[in-house]
Design a protein around this ligand. Sequence first.
Ligand code: NAD
Ligand code: UDP
Length: 326
Amino acid sequence: MSLTRKRVLVTGGAGFLGSHLCERLLKDGHDVLCVDNYFTGRKDNISHLLDDAHFEAMRHDITFPLYVEVDEIYNLACPASPVHYQYDPVQTTKTSVIGAINMLGLAKRIGAKILQASTSEVYGDPTVHPQTEEYRGNVNPLGPRACYDEGKRCAETLFFDYLRQHRTRIKVARIFNTYGPRMHPNDGRVVSNFIMQALRGEDITLYGNGKQTRAFCYVDDLIEGFVRLVATGDDITGPVNLGNPHEVSVGELADRVIRLTGSRSRIVHRELPQDDPLQRCPDITLARSTLSWEPRVALDDGLTRTIAYFDRMLTERGEGQDAAAE
Ligand code: NAD
Ligand code: UDP
């Protein structure tokens, strides 16, 4: 419970990360305004919060101006999985760029602190490893991922222009692959795909040779990083990497999911998508020193909790089957 109750706006609050953040902020004793257009977010993600008098949900698209009075803003609204952000790439760029302008304009008017949920995608297919915040990235501005990568890069530019021009109280977090309960089951991201496939006993689709790497952060760890970053003084702006520095290959992730679900699924190879980064792992030295933060949840533990969530979801849908027991 925090000492002072704040009014906090979470854009994208009905999404995967947003719903966990809303929950955490309520637990900390704040008033939470969740704004979402439900493009990839789901009412189910926040239905358990609706009875809380300190929680309010508003349907709104952040590409349109928003007039509210709050103390802090967490700007998370944006589809995050390649399948979803490539579905309507123009809208993805609008959400990142026009959405950032609207939320920064709001923060400027009311003097609120504002956190931007940026991404490791600003580093593109990196040539520096692990990635530090100084690295300027290797992004293809013309490819299918560009609507997201360049949209997020432009949003960062806007955040730092608002800082220089208007002294807006900004915080920029560069999030690396994060997973956990309430990921969208059909968003095509690797953790949700592999778990759903394993639980259904379907083939596990490994793109390319599976040697590409990612580093997976459990959602609770990431949310702790967000909250710590926003609690810092105005001199700490970021960008700061938030992610788990434990790097694994996507092939190894498939093996772990098969082991933890006890599934009999087979691994099948599919073509590697265009511009798929070959290596990604955060250097979190800055987060360690400025936020005293580092992830605590080991990959197997986080996967076990996530598997339990998807297993329950399949059971509720009447698709319940224990791939392992068949
Ligand atoms: P998500 O798709 O579950 O959540 C995004 C939310 O934003 C959804 O609820 C969606 O309906 C909402 N939204 C989209 N466009 C909107 C608009 N124009 N107006 C209002 N709401 C809108 O994804 P997530 O994984 O929870 O990601 C949240 C944020 O974190 C995103 O900004 C994403 O870029 C960033 N991020 C996430 C990861 C990750 O691994 N999960 C990694 C890097 C960055
Ligand atoms: N991937 C895979 N099989 C899948 C989905 C994804 O092998 O069914 C790979 C994908 O090619 C990428 C990695 O897993 O190398 C992470 O993909 P995701 O879409 O989760 O996130 P991002 O590429 O944005 O890090």
